[in-house]
Write a protein that binds this ligand. Structure first.
Ligand code: PEP
Length: 250
């Protein structure tokens, strides 16, 4: 299966002109790459750009969604709205959303709504610290079990799990994660999924890595870590660096 590379632009850039330029530069270099699936998760106001890019292989994602269908929910965005913009993937449970209120139960409602609308879910999980007693493992287990409550086995093909340790994310990251740390969690996630569903579901689940991915470490998470792909924050806004990441993600 081809590797999945997801760009998470977060609340960047600040103008549509910049957004169009970055995406068109990414699109140019992605032209020659055949094997990688590329999803760019844009801020809501920039979702229209999908229609402007010539490279139709680039898929568009959103960084969040609301779980109600429609109505009096000021500031929220529904799954139907996303679909009209051609959104195929939705990030749910990013740590930056969890830190401003998304509980596992809210994450679960968003996942159910996204699946109902036939879009793919990128479920983000990850601990804030690695304690020596291994409590981070039960924290991750809870995120997965509660996040996937009532998700059917048949729907699991529309789920991607992104392991993003909070301590390795963003410009305030404590340190970079090691590929071996990803291996540990990847196996742990598979065990949880196997217990919840079955081994076949666990083996076909795509588990990607995110947290300070850059052109120098990207390949090691794929090759040594066995990641099905990468979720890239900061470096996805730099077409040169992002293209380098994409080209090693095979
Ligand atoms: C993220 O927050 O999803 C992320 C991966 O960010 P960065 O690559 O900047 O650490």
């Amino acid at each position: 299966m081809s590797k999945l590379v997801v760009a998470n632009w977060k609340m960047n850039p600040q103008s549509k002109k910049e957004a169009e330029t970055i995406l068109s530069n990414i699109s140019k270099t992605f032209k020659n790459i055949k094997t990688t699936e590329l999803v760019v998760c844009l801020p809501f106001p920039f979702l229209y750009i999908k229609d402007k890019i010539k490279n139709k292989k680039i898929k568009i994602g959103s960084q969040d969604v609301f779980y109600e269908k429609e109505g009096s929910y000021t500031g929220e965005v529904s799954t139907s709205m996303l679909k009209t913009f051609g959104v195929e993937y939705v990030i749910v449970g990013h740590s930056e959303r969890r830190s401003i209120g998304d509980t596992n139960s809210i994450v679960n409602k968003k996942i159910i709504a996204t699946l109902k609308s036939k879009m793919q879910v990128i479920l983000c999980i990850g601990e804030s610290e690695r304690d020596v007693n291994g409590f981070y493992l039960s924290f991750i287990k809870k995120q997965i079990e509660e996040g996937l409550a009532d998700v059917l086995k048949s729907q699991m093909k529309s789920i991607v799990v992104a392991y993003e340790p909070i301590w390795a994310i963003g410009s305030s990251a404590k340190r970079e994660a090691e590929p071996s740390e990803f291996v540990e969690i990847r196996i742990f996630i598979k065990k949880i999924i196997s217990d919840l569903y079955d081994i076949k579901t666990a083996n076909s689940l795509r588990i990607i890595y995110g947290g300070s991915v850059n052109p120098l470490n990207a390949e090691s998470f794929i090759k040594e870590g066995g990641a099905s792909g990468l979720l890239v924050g900061r470096d996805s806004l730099n077409p040169k660096k992002f293209s380098a990441i994409i080209s090693v993600s095979k």
